[in-house]
Ligand binder design. Structure first.
Ligand code: GDP
Length: 138
């Protein structure tokens, strides 16, 4: 059954001009784009999105990075979208990412790692609702 997931082309990838190439990979992976928008977010908005990580040592750096420039938010849809996007993205640390994955090709570091993808159904629902209103998802 078709499943939805939240993806982000992170500020490092947007800054380096990789948005189009990453969207092409997502398209080749068979994902439909339900909704897409490019915007700059505040540090507070980034902190709310990553609240689950607020006790982690990288929280401040991560939220500063995510609010450092424009990013592209995407709601993607396909069968098995959550797991398939995680596979297409590759490991969090690009040094450990498999050949051909988005992070292997486009990420610079464990923090500035080009893309985000929800990791489970409950987090996907939270993340989609965090960035998109219902009327944007028709
Ligand atoms: P993901 O699901 O693969 O994005 O990874 P996580 O949910 O564990 O972490 C969220 C994001 O925090 C990652 O995508 C990275 O941008 C960042 N991050 C994760 N682990 C580290 C780390 O050890 N150091 C730093 N600086 N950033 C990290």
């Amino acid at each position: 059954m078709a499943q939805r997931t939240l993806s982000i082309v992170k500020p490092d990838a947007v800054r380096k001009g990789f948005t189009g190439a990453i969207l092409a990979e997502i398209d080749r992976g068979g994902f439909g784009i339900v909704a897409i928008k490019k915007l700059s977010i505040s540090k507070e908005q980034a902190e709310g999105f990553y609240a689950v990580h607020k006790e982690r040592p990288f929280f401040d750096g991560l939220t500063t990075f995510m609010s450092s420039g424009p990013l592209v938010l995407l709601v993607l849809e396909k069968d098995n979208a959550i797991a398939d996007l995680r596979k297409l993205m590759g490991a969090t640390n690009p040094a450990n990412a498999e050949e051909g994955t988005i992070r292997k090709r486009f990420a610079g570091s464990i923090q500035e790692n080009a893309v985000h993808g929800s990791d489970a159904e409950d987090t996907a629902a939270f993340e989609i609702g965090y960035w998109f209103a219902g009327y944007e998802l028709i």
